[in-house]
Design a protein around this ligand. Structure first.
Ligand code: PAF
Length: 283
């Protein structure tokens, strides 16, 4: 697998591939890779000739109370995993090249509308950090497609909107969430759960599925569905930030006429904040 650390190194590989009319799939990550990330690479590989993965723990998307310094960095293992799925290139930029004047002076990409609720409300500035780094990486890599996990459903919507609003020439592909056999969504944060919490955490997806089944069965009192789900999680020891039935495109509260819905949930188990969602197609 090729490795590039600077924009100029990276561009040499990309130029070579473009000269040979090869299409490029790009998967941005913050490293600490797991099966979920590998499924993004494999999706990209199924659609394009070449796959590029970036690993960059982006300081701009961490809030002052979030632990940027302790974010798990496991570069050697990440490279091994990328090699195991025959990724073509890993790009590992330095903060000094991406933010040469630091974070204060960098121009920002603010995606409107979708970023004020849910994770945007809980983590002010987070999506501006995400959108800015992703826009920069798109401009550096100039991929044909880029694959994002639907586990971070709001992030996926934000990136799609940014791409449309700014006419960026890249197709955004959403990849289904990878799950443990218990149904728990695969996540970097699962490593913070002890054994008991790990088995308890399976309730999150079961609660989503049950809520989805009620809606598919005709229930349109979304507030009731949300309350029942939140109560169930709370009785099992979860502290839920939100469990909301939304329009799948706008992420506004669902209305009874909506045909494409998503239920977004973020809930805490001990100190670990877990995110998940389920899409519902009522067509
Ligand atoms: O989902 C992530 O890992 C990050 O938010 C991303 C998209 C790589 C931007 O830093």
């Amino acid at each position: 697998m090729n490795q590039a650390y600077s924009v100029s190194e990276l561009r040499q590989y990309i130029q070579h591939w473009k000269d040979h009319q090869q299409s490029i799939a790009f998967i941005p990550t913050m490293g600490n890779l797991h099966q979920g990330h590998l499924s993004l690479i494999e999706k990209g590989q199924s659609l394009c000739d070449r796959s590029i993965c970036s690993i960059f723990v982006n300081p701009m998307q961490f809030g002052p109370n979030e632990d940027f310094n302790h974010y798990p960095r496991t570069l050697d293992k990440d490279i091994e995993l990328l090699e195991s799925v025959a990724c073509d290139l890993v790009y590992m930029p330095t903060a000094s090249e991406l933010y040469p004047q630091g974070l204060e002076k960098i121009s920002q990409v603010i995606v409107t509308d979708l970023t004020e609720t849910f994770e945007g409300a809980h983590r002010p500035g987070h999506f501006t950090g995400v959108a800015t780094i992703v826009a920069k990486l798109f401009n550096i890599v100039k991929p044909d497609i880029s694959v994002f996990g639907k586990k971070d459903y709001q992030q996926y919507c934000v990136i799609k909107k940014m791409t449309q609003d700014l006419n960026l020439d890249v197709e955004i592909i959403g990849q289904e969430t990878t799950r443990e056999p218990s149904g728990l969504a695969t996540s970097t944060r699962n490593q913070y759960l002890n054994e008991e919490q790990m088995s308890k955490a399976a309730l999150i997806y079961r609660t989503l599925q049950d809520a989805s089944d009620k809606i598919i069965g005709g229930e349109r009192n979304f507030a009731l569905v949300e309350k029942q789900a939140t109560d169930r999680l709370s009785q099992a020891g979860f502290d839920t930030d939100y469990f909301n039935v939304c329009n799948a495109d706008t992420l506004k509260p669902a209305t009874p006429g909506d045909k494409k819905l998503v239920i977004l949930v973020t809930t805490r188990l001990g100190d670990t904040r877990l995110l998940d969602n389920i899409e519902i197609d009522l067509w």
